[in-house]
Design a protein around this ligand. Structure first.
Ligand code: S3P
Ligand code: PEP
Length: 435
């Protein structure tokens, strides 16, 4: 349990500059989003499951610990194969969500299926992340939940061993995870669930497709044919083997290194049919001047060293905003990244944090309610604050490739999804490649 502590000392880090184009082959651990879903689906299934090549990082270790607290047997001893044996779910229990949106949004419904009270809390910043619409939805489905007045952490779910389920309307514009959190345990609800979204568009559509596809793979009947409506029938989920794909979002800073330095980075073991938004990423990187190919070596991104400015709605892939913003600061023209108002509720207010830190390094950044306009200018070294946000650290590392003297106040925040990040990054820049 190496990555569970909230109060760890800051780990300052000097981002390495690349004197040559980077050429690397990178093997990354599994997708955070797939690992989280596979853990939850395995805990509410009838039989045992295995996760092959899961992500071992703070978010997923805390999810495993939370499910264990509810009585599920979760063995994470083996690096490449985790075993999950479901048991009757029970409280009293406490779940530490850390700073993980996936835990604070996916685990409460599971707690509703437990007998007994289950308390939830997390890092101080986790208490500020949006949760209210999800809690309202779970209450409408029959769960009793005590939370603060604005509907945030800390909270207590008073599990009764069953959740009635039924129809619910919520506004999921602040996070697609509200919808995923209502769907993932829904086959175990007495009446299943029908979720209707009402409000501004739900972000992160590919993550919702991942939820639906993984539910179906576990044996659930799911109808998502009507826009903004998801129906999950009550039924049994089977235990199964989950092959977790390499984490595409975690790979993006490495791909960005290829663009910035005019090099080539290959992500190994990339599957031909992915549940992650690889086509959207390919389009964005092409528009920024990269070339993306898939062959037996893996998924490869090549750059020319010239990054093109980008005008794009990033609502489908909002978690990529920090790294794409970093690329935009070294582009050959201005960029406009928009459609991502909700990332103000991610690990930090990412739009404000990016605007501040990129401006400090010399870029001209105009912050709007739902995005950033970035005008490249010659950048200089300086301290880059990461705000406990792993993807801010990734952004700083990308800038550091060509701008000497980028000092991160803390790179330890990368343990949220990729504890090996600093070592992998340094090895890539130094010319090594493998994990
Ligand atoms: O369901 C998931 O695994 C995720 C959904 C997205 O959340 P939002 O819809 O809140 O952006 C994404 O940004 C997050 O990193 C992971
Ligand atoms: C938004 C993110 O995480 P979370 O799952 O905690 O919402 C992210 O990883 O970029």
């Amino acid at each position: 349990m190496a990555h569970l502590t909230a109060t760890r000392p800051a780990q300052p880090w000097s981002a390495p500059t690349a004197s040559d184009p980077v050429t690397a082959s990178i093997t990354l651990p599994g997708s955070k989003s797939m690992t989280a879903r596979a853990l939850v689906l395995s805990a509410v299934a009838d039989g045992s499951s295995t996760l092959r090549r899961p992500l071992r990082a703070r978010d997923t270790e805390l999810m495993a610990a939370g499910l264990r607290a509810l009585g599920t047997q979760v063995s994470t001893v083996e690096e490449e194969r985790w075993l999950i044996r479901p048991n009757p779910l029970r409280g009293p229990a406490h779940i530490d969500v850390g700073l993980a949106g996936t835990i604070m949004r996916f685990a409460p419904a599971v707690a509703g299926l437990a007998h007994g009270p289950v308390t939830f809390d997390g890092d101080p910043v986790a208490r500020t992340r949006p949760l209210g619409p999800l809690l309202g939805g779970l209450r409408a489905l029959g769960m009793r939940i005590d939370a603060g007045p604005v509907g945030s952490l800390p909270l207590t779910v008073h599990g009764t061993g069953e959740v009635a389920g039924g129809e619910v309307k919520i506004d999921a514009s602040a996070s697609s995870q509200f919808v995923s959190g209502l769907l993932l345990a829904a086959p175990r609800f007495t009446h299943g669930v029908t979720v209707r979204h009402v409000g501004p568009p739900v972000p992160s559509a590919p993550h919702l497709r991942m939820t639906v596809q993984m539910l179906r793979a576990a044996g659930a009947a799911v109808d998502d044919t009507t826009p903004d409506v998801w129906v999950v029938e009550p039924g049994r989920l089977s235990g199964r083997g989950w092959d977790i794909e390499p984490d595409l979002s975690g790979a993006v800073p490495f791909f960005a290194a290829a663009l910035v330095t005019g090099g080539s980075v290959t992500l190994t073991d990339w599957p031909h049919n992915s549940l992650q938004p690889v086509d959207t990423l390919r389009t964005l990187l092409l528009r920024m001047g990269g070339e993306v190919t898939l062959d037996t070596d893996g998924l490869t991104v090549r750059g020319t060293g010239v990054v093109k400015g980008l005008d794009a709605d990033l609502s489908d892939v909002s978690e990529l905003t920090p790294v794409l913003a970093a690329l935009a600061t070294v582009a050959d023209g201005p960029s406009r990244l928009y459609g991502v108002a909700h990332i103000r509720g991610h690990e930090t207010d990412r739009l404000a944090a990016l605007a501040h830190e990129l401006t400090t390094l010399g870029a001209q950044v105009i912050e709007s309610p739902d995005g950033l306009e970035i005008h490249p200018r010659p950048l200089h070294g300086g301290t880059f604050r990461t705000y406990a946000d792993h993807r801010m650290a990734h952004a700083a590392a990308v800038i550091g490739l060509t701008v000497p003297g980028i000092e991160l106040d803390d790179v330890g925040c990368t343990s949220k999804t990729l504890p090996e990040f600093p070592a992998l990054w340094s090895a890539m820049v130094a010319g090594g490649s493998e994990r």
